[in-house]
Structures are given as structure tokens and as C-alpha cells.
Design a protein around this ligand. Structure first.
Ligand code: PLP
Length: 437
């Protein structure tokens, strides 16, 4: 008998690989899915079974796997220049991309600092904000963030986050920070209530706070929690008033995910810092940026011996292949009127989402652009209900990866209405099947 190629690959993997965000013992019973190839919204395992990538491979993929345009651009760049350091040197993809990002992001963002992954971009933004105030002779060593937020896994990024599952264990290691409540839902009233807390925090502690960091409009890892753009508008006004930076962490929300190019665009605000990664390269390569204002940049600009420079770097900063993938991604946005086409797809998703409300175990559905979530009710965390839906999805050819009891859809933008049907119907059936037990 022929050996199952998935099992062979799985065993070779488990001999040596420690997987991210995983209790490895789970794989005694839960098979790992070895992926051989991808095309468009589909992933294929070693036995040829296909899966719709309903979560864009952890929120990074925008225009499908093996996208023909991005592939060609990377291949050409590969034969030209694969990498060069970015200190003392520069290269065309980094320059062109930085100009493109300055053009499409909110007005005040004029400078691009290259980093190489999301968490590191958050670290760099926090350091830059603290350092800016220090360069002006002010000691502001606290950061402010929202409850239920997620900003990455490194010590600094974890410190400003608030997902206890990831954070609690490391509590003694974390840096000082304060939190204010995120609006409880998408209503205007919830935003107004949360702003009262923000204002009182800034009034009492503003002098010590370097920056407020937020995931604008949608908190991703915190269960696709969504809030009203009014909160951002007011947060911008208040942070300015109290001389506190506003860091918009658009690592997940950037590049069209929320329906506009950036979530900040919904509130028409320009933050002091914006962090971008994930969709930046269309889901191809690890790259991130911290964007900031001329005002921040100028506070570091002086003679070398004044020691105000931002001496922060990563080896793969501004990698040319990754910058080229990002440029190719932006070209697709431009040539295909993506934001407009996504409006139609989001409207279609909204229609399909309503149906979930008829299920007894559904507490709420919510949506912001190309992100839709179904929150279940009546289960304890120990029941691992998300895992059951995950397994149902896999058995039926859809990669859903729920966050606890929250099932969500964040597909590549190239998904068709027919494929949306399959993706959401499988999830619906999976959630409905829980009721039978
Ligand atoms: C994913 C994410 C990060 C961390 O990015 P990594 O590249 O995974 O380190 C930070 N902030 C937000 C909002 C994210 O969604």
C-alpha cells in the first residue's frame, strides 16, 4: 500500500519543528496539515486535497497564493539584487516603496523607517516615541493602550497588549504601561463612554505618557472586536491636546482590510506613528515599516556628537525582495480598483452573515469591510469550541482558525461570491452541528 504523503511529511515535521502558538501535544490527536502548494485562495496538501484560505494565512495574504504579478516582480528582482544593508546604502525598491507609502498613508506621515516584522515595528515605534520626548528633555516612560489589544509577542509589544492568554505568564518581565477601556461595541454611545475614560487618564497621567497605541477600528487577536471611528477622532484630538503621541498599529487593518486603504481613513485622522506589516507584501515576505511625521524625524536630526540618533536596526531591514513584493502589491491595488470592488464583496458577505443570527448558539455577528466575525455563546473555554469548528472546516475544505469562541472570515480579496458561499456555508454548518451534541 502507498504511504499517505501527508502523514510522512507530518511525522518528519514533528520530529524537529516546534510550532508557533501551539500546545505541541495537541498534535498527538490533531493532524498537522502539510501544504504542498497554493494557488489563489486555495491551499493544497500532499494528497491533493484543497482548502479555502479563509483567514489569508494569518491575515497576510491579499491577492491569493502564487499571484502571477507578484511572482514575476520578485523573480526579476531576485536576479538583480537579493539584499544589501540599509545603513549607509540604499536601493531602488526601498526608495520607490517609501515614496509610495508616504503618498497613500495619512497626510502627516512623511518618513519611513524599515523594520522586518510586525512586533519589531511596534517595538521601534515605542522606542521612537519615548526617545522623541527624551530628545526634547522630557521623561515620559509610560505607554497607554486599550484593553483587549494585541500588538505582537516581543517583550515591549506584549507589554502594551492585553490578551491574557499570551501575556499573563510573562507579567514579571513586562514594561510599565497603563490601559483604558476599549469601546464595548461598534455603537457611538460606547465610543463616547470610552472617550471619557481616555480623557480622565490623560488628564491625570498625560505628563508621564509617551504614547497611546491602538489597533484602529478592529482589534484582531482580541477576537475581531470592533469599535466606532468616533473613538479614533476623539483620541487624536485628546492625545494632541495632552502632548501624547498616537501610534496607529495598522499591521492587521492596513491595506484595505477594513474597507478603506487604512483604518485611520474612516476617521480622517493622521497619527504620529503608523506601523504596517502583514498585507504590506501581499503575504509574501516578512517586512514592516514605522511611518512618522517630519516633526518626530527632526527631533532626532542633529550633529552626531549630540547623541540623539535612533540607533535601532535589524539585519534584514528593507530587504529588496520584500520591498518589491510590496510594490507589486500596491500596483495591483492601483490597477484593479480593489477598494471599490471590495465594497461589493463586503456587501455580499454582510448579506450572508445575517443568516448566522438564526442559530441559537450565536451571540453576535459583526463586520468591518473585509473582516466578518461570528461570536458564539454558551460554551466554556475548556470546551474548545473554536477547535471543533476548525476541524469541521478542515474536513470540509475550509481553513477557518477561530479565536476561541469567535469564528471569523478574513479571506484574500480575490475570493469570488461563489467561493464566499462555500466558505460561509461550511462555517454555518459547522456552527449548527455543535447544537446537535
Ligand atoms: C500580527 C500583529 C502584530 C505582530 O506582527 P508579527 O509580524 O506577527 O510580529 C502586531 N500588531 C497587530 C495589530 C497585529 O495584528
Amino acid at each position: 500500500m502507498r504511504e499517505n504523503q501527508n502523514s510522512v511529511m507530518m511525522q518528519r515535521d514533528l520530529d524537529v519543528i516546534w510550532h508557533p502558538c501551539t500546545q505541541m501535544k495537541d498534535h498527538e490527536t490533531l493532524p498537522l496539515i502539510p501544504i504542498k502548494s497554493g494557488k489563489g485562495i486555495y491551499l493544497y496538501d500532499f494528497e491533493g486535497k484543497s482548502y479555502i484560505d479563509a483567514i489569508s494565512s494569518w491575515w497576510v495574504n491579499l491577492f491569493g497564493h502564487a499571484n502571477p504579478h507578484i511572482n514575476v516582480r520578485i523573480k526579476t528582482q531576485l536576479d538583480t539584487l537579493e539584499h544589501v544593508l540599509l545603513a549607509g546604502f540604499t536601493h531602488e525598491p526601498a526608495v520607490t516603496l517609501a515614496h509610495a507609502l508616504v503618498d497613500i498613508t495619512p497626510d502627516a506621515l512623511k518618513k519611513v523607517f524599515y523594520v522586518d516584522n510586525g512586533s519589531s515595528a511596534v517595538e521601534a515605534a515605542l522606542k521612537m516615541s519615548y526617545h522623541y520626548h527624551r530628545n526634547l528633555g522630557r521623561e515620559k516612560s509610560l505607554f497607554l493602550s486599550l484593553t483587549n489589544s494585541y500588538h505582537g509577542e516581543t517583550i515591549g509589544a506584549l507589554s502594551v497588549g492585553d490578551v491574557s492568554l499570551y501575556k499573563e505568564t510573562y507579567a514579571p518581565l513586562l514594561i510599565a504601561n497603563k490601559q483604558v477601556p476599549v469601546p464595548v461595541d461598534q455603537s457611538m454611545k460606547a465610543a463616547e463612554e470610552a472617550i471619557v475614560h481616555l480623557e480622565s487618564m490623560l488628564r491625570s497621567k498625560g505628563e508621564k505618557i509617551a504614547a497611546l497605541i491602538v489597533e484602529p477600528l478592529v482589534q484582531g487577536a482580541g477576537g475581531m472586536h470592533m469599535y466606532h471611528p468616533y473613538y479614533l477622532k476623539e483620541a487624536r484630538r485628546l492625545t494632541r491636546q495632552y502632548d501624547v503621541h498616537l501610534i496607529a498599529d495598522e499591521i492587521m487593518t492596513g491595506f484595505g482590510r477594513t474597507g478603506e486603504m487604512f483604518a485611520c481613513d474612516h476617521a480622517d485622522i493622521s497619527p504620529d506613528f503608523m506601523t504596517l506589516s502583514k498585507g504590506l507584501t501581499g503575504g509574501y515576505l516578512s517586512l514592516s515599516v514605522v511611518m512618522t511625521t517630519d516633526k518626530v524625524y527632526e527631533a532626532f536630526y542633529c550633529d552626531y556628537n549630540d547623541y540623539k540618533a535612533f540607533l535601532h536596526s535589524h539585519s534584514y531591514t528593507g530587504n529588496p525582495l520584500a520591498c518589491t513584493a510590496a510594490l507589486a502589491t500596491l500596483e495591483i491595488f492601483k490597477e484593479n480598483d480593489v477598494i471599490e470592488k471590495n465594497r461589493q464583496k463586503s456587501a455580499y458577505i454582510a448579506k450572508k452573515l445575517k443568516r448566522f443570527m438564526s442559530l441559537e448558539n450565536v451571540k453576535e455577528v459583526r463586520q468591518q469591510g473585509m473582516i466578518a466575525a461570528v461570536e458564539l455563546k454558551g460554551y466554556t473555554p475548556q470546551e474548545r469550541i473554536g477547535l471543533a469548528v476548525y476541524q469541521y472546516g478542515l474536513a470540509n475544505g475550509v481553513l477557518l482558525r477561530p479565536l476561541g469562541h469567535i469564528i471569523y472570515f478574513m479571506p484574500p480579496y480575490v475570493i469570488t461570491e461563489e467561493e464566499i458561499d462555500t466558505m460561509m456555508d461550511v462555517a454555518y454548518d459547522g456552527i449548527a452541528s455543535l447544537l446537535k451534541h
